[in-house]
Design a protein around this ligand. Sequence first.
Ligand code: ZN
Length: 262
Amino acid sequence: MTYETLELENHGAVRRILLAREGQRNAQNQQMLDELDDAFAQAAQDSSVNVVVLGGKGAHFSAGHDLKQAQAERSNFTVEQRWAYEGRRYFDYCLRIWDFPKPTIAQVQGACVAGGFMVANMCDMVVASESAYFSDPVGHTLGAAATEVLIHPWVMGVRKAKEMLFTGTKISAQEALRIGMVNHVVSDAELSAHTLALAQQVAKAPPFGLQLIKRSLNRTLDAQGLRTALSAHFDTHQLSHLSEGFLAARDRGLASAIQKNA
Ligand code: ZN
């Protein structure tokens, strides 16, 4: 299986999926999102794959959704059209990564912003390099109620989630480590090998046992209301797309937020 926006590598029982739009800092356009969903579906069915690593080629993991494409193709979406588009490609695709039946590790360098933050945090573990930074600035840049999947309080605690979302500022790799949002921080040069070694260690265990462990850990969060909270936020987020703040940002040009997102 080959993709235009992804590169796949096989390392024994580990499949590494790399976002591959380096020139656009791996901004997620519709094609990339569709290909990523397909790549995860293929990996789920492939019995030779026990663990998936999700990374990005180049200097950045992902700068987020492709706002140039959003401006060109979706700026005049009706409520119904946006609900369908974002429900499928942002919410459902993300939750499928969360529910993916094998362990996943995000391998993050450089920008991990907004839609990129959302996707990276769907993975079970995160390994970051020193250059990595995490943010969701769209409350400031787009007047939106954060990104579509409000995973933030579940991975960093509600205090830091509030600070990050209220201020629109970045969290460095070291701070992400300190607050428990990432598992390891290594040098940029070591990121690829370190993440792969962690994945190989996980892949030594019998896969069905791993699947059940993941299922139980995710159910622990479901018992605390994760899925209900994420679904409720999706609805709230849709409301924000009709707000004065969002419509003003749209009229200025959604792509003008890209610089701030960086
Ligand atoms: Zn949205």
